[in-house]
Design a binder for this molecule. Structure first.
Ligand SMILES: Cc1ncc(C[n+]2csc(CCOP(=O)(O)OP(=O)(O)O)c2C)c(N)n1
Ligand SMILES: [Mg+2]
Length: 281
């Protein structure tokens, strides 16, 4: 895997953010807040963590990445195009008829996805099955799963949390997009999740916390999780929904609203002017 500096990855993240707003504008529908908030996590994963090969996406020993909160797929698609899974021009066909990039991830159209997703709460259970089978088969790949805070309202998510904890699936790493918003508003008003760390502790998970916009921290946490052999790991990524576009940042109204073309022009200017997160790196 070619190594990149953090500065280079931050530049990639800016390009990806520009892609995301343009994709959602063209599609006329989508979820900009969660997508923009998780760009840095996807960049860290695809550029510095996942052991995979875009030219051989079904390589048996690849690390798996399951996106449970499928609605933020524009960010994943854009990063996948940058690392070479498919041509960049596909991005502007998001959600269109027969496009490989459906509005929610659909493995029938894009086989390099591990799963079809959209119904919230199911990704951790799917990842648990993959990780459990990998252990039985003595496979060395790691299973990563991204979940959102809003989908912690789903009962089946917690069944999977218990299963993974009980079976000490240390070959599984979950990254939680802790952006404090969901479809109807702020998580702590809709259905409080705190104390989230204590809940995972009670199920015997190892817990790491990161600034979800600090690529270096995200990479370090994922590497640390690889070296934890006793427990599964949850990395709570504190993110800002809409990150990079001030008029969207922190505002639940942008959970699932497409920007218009004037708003996209403004967003692209804002993204261009984003400051590096780690000034002294
Ligand atoms: C089982 C299920 N119920 C409802 C939905 C509709 N839905 C889509 S996104 C969403 C909000 C989930 O919260 P979160 O993922 O935290 O939103 P974000 O942070 O991306 O704004 C809901 C309820 C769904 N996709 N699946
Ligand atoms: Mg959320």
């Amino acid at each position: 895997m070619k190594t990149h500096t953090i500065d280079e990855l931050q530049e990639v993240a800016k390009e990806v953010r520009r892609d995301v707003v343009k994709m959602i504008l063209k599609a006329g529908a989508g979820h900009p807040a969660g997508s923009l908030g998780m760009v840095d996590v996807f960049v860290a994963l695809y550029y510095a963590i996942l052991r995979n090969d875009p030219k051989n996406p079904e390589w048996e020993d690849r690390d798996r990445l399951i996106l449970s909160n499928g609605h933020i797929c524009p960010a994943r698609y854009a990063v996948m195009s940058h690392v070479g899974y498919f041509e960049h021009k596909n991005l502007l066909k998001l959600g269109s008829f027969k496009s490989i990039l459906q509005g929610h991830p659909d493995k029938r159209f894009l086989s390099s996805l591990e799963t079809t997703s959209g119904p919230l709460g199911s990704g951790l259970a799917q990842a648990a099955g993959i990780a459990y089978a990998a252990r039985m088969d003595q496979k060395r790949f790691r299973t990563f799963v991204i979940t959102s805070d809003g989908e912690h309202d789903e009962g089946n998510h917690w069944e999977a949390v218990a299963f993974v904890g009980k079976n000490n699936l240390s070959n599984l790493t979950m990254i939680v997009d802790r952006n404090n918003i969901q479809i109807d508003g702020f998580t702590e008003e809709v259905m409080p999740l705190e104390p989230l760390i204590d809940k995972y502790k009670a199920f015997h998970w190892a817990i790491l916390e990161v600034d979800g916009h600090n690529i270096k921290e995200i990479v370090e946490a994922c590497n640390k999780a690889r070296a934890i052999y006793e427990n599964p790991t949850v990395i709570i990524a504190r993110t800002i929904p809409g990150k990079g576009v001030p008029f969207m940042e922190g505002n639940p109204n942008w959970h699932s609203k497409a920007p218009n073309s004037d708003e996209v022009r403004e967003a692209i200017k804002d993204i261009r002017n984003m400051k590096g997160e780690i000034e002294d790196y």
